[in-house]
Design a protein around this ligand. Structure first.
Ligand SMILES: Cc1cc2nc3c(=O)[nH]c(=O)nc-3n(C[C@H](O)[C@H](O)[C@H](O)COP(=O)(O)OP(=O)(O)OC[C@H]3O[C@@H](n4cnc5c(N)ncnc54)[C@H](O)[C@@H]3O)c2cc1C
Length: 344
């Protein structure tokens, strides 16, 4: 039986959707949780178009009704896709209740809402607070060092997103599974009525462009060049050029990657910290929530003594790697329609 005293059961690095989902599910199951988020969630963050499949996940996390409606700027039934000159409307699907509808959210508001829900479920949320290094005892992770001081923890969850914090700390390989993909993205204020009903994705051999209304009066674009050409500073998509840019555009590395190990006894990686696909996959946030909730279930089983740490880590990695492989195969086929190869 474990006799050592720990400050908390679980330390979570990062308060995006993956970290918050882990925190909510673990705290609701009675675990002591501390979550560290370095940013204050001011301004815009990319990742605003949410797949309808997140609705039941959010409900399980206790987020629904007015609380969810407060951060939703629009709902849409699908996406316009113009891929290699063939234009079509791709609906999300439908059931007896009618068409499924995705969400446009302002991500800083969405992320803040999830963090608030984590605190309400019983997690201690420290924001702003950066995790700087791991605490180790006998070569086993025993907690984290933060800008608020050290914290010992029975388990650690890396939810640091594309910062890939734990991969870097432990030297875990996260090899590229695609050609190098750099997304350039920006925001603009004004009115673009043709983009209000649904986002649009246009692609050809030179690259692809995504445009969407985030919130009435605010639009987002993301561009990935596939021909090696850099997007000039100040560039804007034609359909948004009459709008007022909201600050300079930004860049993000969205090269496909999955960590060679996404869990080991003592730690789990969730969301983008574990695996990244570029935004054409269109469900990064859904995957962040789902991986956080799955890790939470396994962490609960390990800490309750009903699953061995190695068995839980193995199950998690196999599940995540299977999902990644499936998504990657579908996306590779999608890029294949443009004649672009080099994805694995
Ligand atoms: C341009 C672009 C467009 C996208 N569009 C979409 C989209 O339309 N729909 C969609 O579903 N997905 C989209 N995605 C993907 C989506 O944004 C991510 O998959 C999702 O945010 C992953 O959630 P996460 O919680 O894993 O990581 P993140 O949301 O990145 O959260 C990680 C958090 O960890 C914090 N952090 C990092 N290091 C530390 C540290 N050392 N200490 C404390 N805190 C730390 C960060 O501040 C951050 O808040 C897009 C991505 C990009 C780049």
């Amino acid at each position: 039986m474990e006799t050592r005293h720990y400050d908390t059961d679980l330390a979570i690095i990062g308060g995006g959707p993956a970290g918050s989902a882990t925190a909510i599910a673990c705290a609701a199951a009675g675990l002591r949780v501390q979550l560290f988020e370095r940013d204050m969630f001011i301004g815009e963050r990319p990742g605003e178009t949410l797949h309808p499949g997140i609705e039941p996940l959010l409900a399980q996390l206790g987020v629904e009704g007015e609380r969810l409606a407060n951060v939703v700027g629009a709902r849409h039934q699908g996406v316009w896709i113009d891929w290699n000159g063939k234009r079509r409307f791709e609906p999300f699907g439908a059931d007896a209740q009618g068409p499924w509808r995705g969400f446009q959210v302002r991500r800083t508001a969405f992320d803040a809402m999830l963090l608030e829900r984590a605190a309400e479920a019983g997690a201690v949320v420290r924001q702003p607070c950066t995790v700087s290094s791991l605490l180790m005892q006998d070569e086993i992770i025993s907690g984290v060092m933060t800008t608020d001081g050290p914290l010992t923890a029975r388990m650690v969850v890396d939810a640091s997103g594309r910062a890939q914090w734990l991969c870097r700390e432990l030297g875990i390989d996260k090899p590229a599974r695609s050609p190098r993909l750099i997304a350039r993205y920006g925001y603009a204020d004004g009115s673009c009525p043709e983009r209000n009903a649904a986002p649009q994705m246009c692609g050809d051999q030179s690259g692809w462009l995504w445009t969407a209304m985030v919130w009435p009066g605010t639009y987002q674009w993301t561009k990935v060049a596939l021909d090696g050409c850099k997007t000039a500073p100040g560039w804007m998509p034609e359909e948004l050029r009459h709008l007022t840019p909201k600050g300079p555009s930004r860049g993000a590395d969205v090269t496909w990657r999955i960590a060679s190990e996404t869990a080991r006894p003592g730690w789990f990686m969730v969301g983008d910290a574990a695996a990244v696909l570029d935004p054409t996959s269109s469900h990064g946030v859904l995957k962040a929530l789902m991986s956080g909730m799955t890790a939470a279930q396994l962490i609960g089983a390990v800490l309750a003594g009903s699953a061995s740490p190695a068995e839980a880590a193995g199950l998690y990695h196999d599940w995540l790697a299977g999902w990644f492989a499936n998504d990657a195969a579908q996306l590779a086929q999608f890029y294949g329609q443009l004649g672009i190869t080099g994805f694995r």
